[in-house]
Design a protein around this ligand. Structure first.
Ligand code: HAM
Length: 443
């Protein structure tokens, strides 16, 4: 049975202490209704933005061939080296749970002939991804991403459109104090020289590097800049910066990106050490976070070689992904979570009344009137308490007598008055009261 990190259930409803029950796999929390309500809210904004900017939704399988990530996410990335959930099927296929969306989307782009669509092709996805990490705040083994990709244009305007889109998503969700960190990591023309200089620099500091970074020195020295180990971090300040090695094309591209950001008034800072943990990036890389927190809300960048690396024709591309759990955590802090609200509530006492109540529920549903109930509570008092909890304005009370007479008691909870009405006129009576409520609010 799994052990939970200390703050795993922070902000969650208290669970009863039960011995010997099975737990969800470590780092893969259940998503309960209240949290799903927040996720739906985020997804609604994501969908609205996707529609506005012309992104079509794409769903790819949660499992893909392991090879896709080895080549796509990249062999020197931590994701491939340490964080993949791999499995072998009975037919001996090597599959992996997707640790991100980007390689899958490129695979689908090629497999479905999307290179024949008019360019750029804009795609977005929303769903779970899996990384074998040590669970902690904002870091899970199963987490959700909303992911946007633009394929088929090298224009820096699209680098900025992606950044703008995520910035808009966060501001629409009322998140404040956002910081855009941006950098460029060049292209195949200029990056090799920087690599060489980085290698020389870190080789001279080899004794201060952690074991992982000693290996990274051989495989990809750029990864050292991303290491969280304190002694490796301390070496960053004097390391050669890509900005000093850019070829004219990459320099021009980065300059344009910054100009577009300035034109939009988006607050950015250049972080010359931002390299991102995935192997495929070229030129622009970015992350957005809150100024008082180190956890990135989203990250992305340009990846002009990936389509070709996965077997397609050279196709420049840019994209990014945001972590849904990190957004949910911030939304939870920002607002009071409320249970479902119903303006109308049905109370039924006795079997016959419950039978009638089920029919009234159907009538109200068809009339588009949201109605709550708590039939499992037998007494009038307990059911009224539930109505109060749900913030109901009107309660329909049905007892044995009302069930036999085809009447209901319609109680106005705020005015504490009630009257008996014919059951056939219930919808009209409610609608009339809703109308009066609106008039009263305007007055
Ligand atoms: P990434 O930076 O690896 O980029 O992940 C994107 C976002 O997912 C992060 O900024 C963070 O909010 C969230 N995230 C990452 N790991 C975890 C975790 N263990 N638990 C919770 N949230 C997490 C990518 O995945 C790229 N595919 C983005 C991209 C798309 N680049 C180009 N196109």
């Amino acid at each position: 049975m799994g052990r939970r990190p200390k703050d795993f259930f922070k902000n969650k409803i208290k669970r009863p202490k039960m011995k010997n029950i099975l737990l969800a796999p470590k780092g893969m929390p259940d998503i309960l209704p209240e949290e799903n309500a927040l996720r739906r809210k985020i997804f609604k904004v994501v969908e609205e933005l996707a529609e506005f900017y012309g992104f079509g939704q794409i769903e790819t399988p949660i499992l893909e061939e392991t090879k896709l990530f080895l080549h796509g996410t990249g062999p020197t990335s931590d994701v491939v080296q340490k964080q993949m959930f791999n499995l072998k099927t009975p037919g001996k296929d090597q599959l992996s749970l997707r640790p991100e969306f980007t390689p899958n989307i490129i695979r689908a782009y090629l497999e479905n002939g999307m290179f024949n669509w008019s360019k750029p092709v804009k795609l977005f996805s929303w769903g779970p991804v899996f990384r074998y990490e040590q669970p902690q705040r904002g870091r899970y083994r199963q987490f959700w991403q909303c992911n946007f990709e633009i394929l088929g244009s090298s224009d820096p305007v699209y680098d900025v459109l992606i950044i703008q889109l995520f910035y808009n998503l966060f501001t629409e969700l009322k998140l404040k104090n956002l910081v855009i960190e941006i950098n460029t990591i060049g292209c195949d023309n200029c990056r090799p020289l920087w690599h060489k200089e980085l290698k020389n620099y870190f080789r001279s500091k080899r004794k201060f590097l952690c074991t992982d970074c000693k290996n990274r020195l051989k495989t990809n020295p750029l990864r050292i800049l991303d290491c969280k180990n304190e002694s490796c971090q301390a070496l960053k300040a004097d390391a050669p910066k890509m900005l000093d090695y850019l070829c004219p094309e990459c320099r021009h591209h980065f300059k344009q990106v910054l100009e577009y950001l300035e034109g939009l008034g988006l607050p950015y800072t250049i972080n010359p050490y931002l390299v991102r943990g995935l192997d495929y990036y070229t030129k622009t890389v970015f992350e957005i976070r809150k100024s008082d927190d180190n956890l990135a809300l989203c990250g992305g960048g340009r990846y002009d070689y990936l389509v070709e690396m996965l077997g397609g024709k050279p196709t420049p591309a840019v994209g990014g992904a945001a972590g849904v759990e990190r957004l949910v955590e911030l939304l939870k802090k920002n607002q009071k979570i409320e249970g479902p609200k119903s303006k109308v509530f049905i109370v039924a006492i006795g079997e016959l009344a419950k039978q009638k109540a089920l029919k009234y529920l159907e009538i109200l549903r068809k009339a588009n009137i949201q109605a709550g109930e708590s039939f499992a509570h037998e007494s009038l008092k307990a059911q009224l308490r539930q109505a109060d909890k749900m913030g109901a304005h009107y309660v329909i009370i049905i007892g044995q007598k009302e069930a036999l007479d085809n009447t209901v008691i319609l109680r106005d909870m705020r005015a504490s008055v009630q009257e008996i009405i014919n059951g056939d006129t219930l919808v009209d009576a409610l609608k009339k009261r809703f109308k009066n409520d609106i008039i009263k609010t305007i007055e």
